[in-house]
Design a protein around this ligand. Structure first.
Ligand SMILES: Nc1nc2c(ncn2[C@@H]2O[C@H](COP(=O)(O)OP(=O)(O)O)[C@@H](O)[C@H]2O)c(=O)[nH]1
Ligand SMILES: [Mg+2]
Length: 175
């Protein structure tokens, strides 16, 4: 299937536990900013961004979801139309890592078979509070044949790189 991304753009979704940093990753990517205060995402929110892409521009439609279980069925109906997933957990919260396993299985069972996911261990700036090692994150991603990256929405580490890499893989898979 050859898809014309210049018109339709790429649809990305951020999924994962509440407070893992999904909205912060998105505002770092979209607006180059970060806030320490927590504002829960209700249901699903989406935003657009055009980024320069190989001499042209690529339109990205980014869907930010609530990690809350009560919204999960609503956000699930969105999976089939999503081409790229950022499955986010927080490196200082082992519970969010355990929940990432659930989000990976939802991705595998509900997403389009051309969709791709990146597993993101976020908050890598909080070095002394780390509860999940790099090796554990990498192993989980390898077992599920997805990419693993560690980010900090706070410091901007790997945020643009993760999203660009995800878009690149989605475009390659659709060719
Ligand atoms: N130190 C640190 N805090 C972060 C980072 N990303 C998000 N946070 C904080 O974690 C909390 C939850 O972030 P939020 O983006 O709302 O999480 P969401 O529920 O997954 O959308 C907020 O207080 C953020 O300021 C990060 O990379 N480093
Ligand atoms: Mg949020």
């Amino acid at each position: 299937m050859v898809e014309d991304f210049s018109n339709s753009g790429i649809k990305l979704s951020l999924i994962g536990s509440s407070q893992s940093g999904k909205s912060s990753i998105l505002s770092r990517f979209l607006n180059h900013c970060f806030s320490d205060s927590y504002k829960p995402t209700i249901g699903v929110e989406f935003q657009f961004k055009q980024i320069p892409w190989k001499g042209k521009s690529l339109s990205i439609q980014a869907w930010d979801t609530s990690g809350d279980a009560s919204w999960r069925s609503m956000t699930l109906s969105n999976y089939i139309h999503t081409q790229g997933f950022l499955i986010v957990y927080s490196l200082n919260d082992r519970n969010s890592f355990e929940e990432a396993k659930i989000f990976i299985s939802l991705f595998k069972s509900r997403a389009n078979n051309l969709a791709y996911a990146v597993l993101i261990g976020n908050k890598c700036d909080l070095k002394s509070e780390r509860q999940v090692s790099y090796e554990e994150g990498k192993q989980l991603a390898d077992e599920n044949e997805i990419l693993y990256l560690e980010t900090s929405a706070k410091n901007g580490i790997n945020v643009h790189f993760s999203i660009k890499t995800l878009c690149e893989t989605v475009i390659l898979l659709c060719k």
